[in-house]
Design a protein around this ligand. Structure first.
Ligand SMILES: Nc1ncnc2c1ncn2[C@@H]1O[C@H](COP(=O)(O)OP(=O)(O)OP(=O)(O)O)[C@@H](O)[C@H]1O
Length: 251
């Protein structure tokens, strides 16, 4: 479904990502792990198109996308949850989900501005879809509460609901567990497991090795911008190169 080939990006002459190749198959959960500064977020942004590559390719659903802008990649079916993404204050949980969906409706800006019947129909449809997405992430009963009052774990679930409304083929998550407490982390893991069981393909960028080991079919390990291991998470975790990379960080 996703194939990254020999992708590189440097900043000021220093490689953040160097010659990275990885593939994610349909229905697979692929984890990308690595110590701080390994290049995880840079790789994520190269895949989504928020950063341009110096070299290398990205193909999605069999077509090259490395020259496409992020919104065009999104339209093909990539949905992104950014690291530390915030909810919109002053809006309910449901409105937070609906706000991302207006670009998709047929009626468009003019009929929205004039509040034509077609617009009202679209609004109802959007609210209904938002409700379904909130149900999917277990937030249905919170739909009418202010989003910024939700605990952090539920705010992450809200980001997931927003991403799901785009009906993605591939869900890209950048450090979804960061800053969460153990209980919240556990609930988020369960939620990702449910999405995985529904057949969604997921690329999970994560600092937390345990989180990835639990959820991913495969783990790719980055260190200093390069892939140093790729395989089943339990094997990768025991790889001496990987242990050294993480230990190097701790010391
Ligand atoms: N916009 C930028 N300008 C300059 N250097 C950058 C930029 N983005 C990333 N880097 C550098 O590239 C390297 C990789 O950073 P990146 O954020 O991709 O790592 P990471 O694995 O996501 O780290 P973390 O787990 O801390 O988020 C780092 O050395 C970083 O300083």
């Amino acid at each position: 479904m996703l194939a990254v080939t020999g992708i590189s990006r440097s900043f000021g002459g220093v490689y953040a990502v160097r010659d990275v190749t990885l593939a994610v198959g349909e229905g697979e959960v692929c984890g990308v792990i690595g110590p701080n500064g390994a290049g995880k977020s840079t790789l994520f942004n190269l895949i989504t198109g928020h950063l341009a590559a110096d070299r290398g390719g990205v193909s999605f659903l069999g077509r090259p996308v490395e020259r496409l802008a992020p919104h065009r990649r999104a339209r093909l079916g990539m949905a992104i949850v950014f690291q530390g993404a915030r909810v919109f204050r002053g809006m309910t949980v449901r409105e937070n989900v609906m706000v991302g969906m207006h670009g998709r409706t047929r009626a468009g800006f003019v009929s929205a501005a004039l509040r034509l019947p077609r617009h009202r129909r679209d609004e109802r449809e959007i609210a209904r879809e938002a409700g379904l997405a909130l149900d999917r992430v277990g937030l249905a009963e919170w739909a009418d509460r202010p989003a910024d009052r939700l605990p952090m774990g539920q705010q992450r679930a809200l980001q997931l609901a927003r991403a799901l409304c785009a009906r993605p083929r591939l869900l890209l998550l950048d450090e979804p567990a960061s800053g969460l407490r153990a209980g919240e982390r556990e609930r988020l893991a369960t939620l990702v497991e449910e999405l995985r069981a529904s057949g969604l393909t997921i690329l999970l960028i994560e600092h937390d090795v345990g989180f990835v080991t639990r959820l991913a079919d495969r783990a790719v390990v980055l260190d200093l911008g390069q892939v140093i291991a790729d395989g089943p998470p339990a094997e990768v975790r025991a790889d001496p190169l990987v242990l050294a990379a993480y230990l190097g960080q701790a010391s």
